[in-house]
Design a binder for this molecule. Structure first.
Ligand SMILES: [Zn+2]
Length: 95
């Protein structure tokens, strides 16, 4: 069976790579963690450039530090797009 069927925790903190760091962005606090991409099962759409993050590409995952919204508010960004996030579009409505 595909590993995607496995139940996953909302916060991807135990999947290797670095520990999350907290960042202030768009009026809120976010946790950011670098992913190697090695464990990716699918591509993601980067909100910074609206291009696909291809499977196996190192990137960052960002989610609200307060946990509101959980996985639905998690965003995968190209590492470069996240570094230049102030020049990119915001993540969407922040409540
Ligand atoms: Zn991007």
């Amino acid at each position: 069976m595909p590993r995607a069927n496995r139940r996953r925790r909302e916060e991807p903190r135990a999947v290797g790579g670095s520990l999350p760091t907290s960042v202030r962005y768009a009026g809120g606090e976010w946790l950011v963690r670098a992913l190697t991409g090695a464990g990716s099962a699918r591509g993601y759409l980067c909100p910074g450039c609206e291009e696909e993050i291809r499977v196996g590409t190192a990137h960052v995952v960002v989610w609200p530090a307060d946990g509101v919204g959980g996985a639905a508010h998690r965003r995968h960004w190209h590492s470069v797009c996240w570094q230049h996030r102030e020049r990119r579009r915001p993540l969407g409505p922040i409540r």
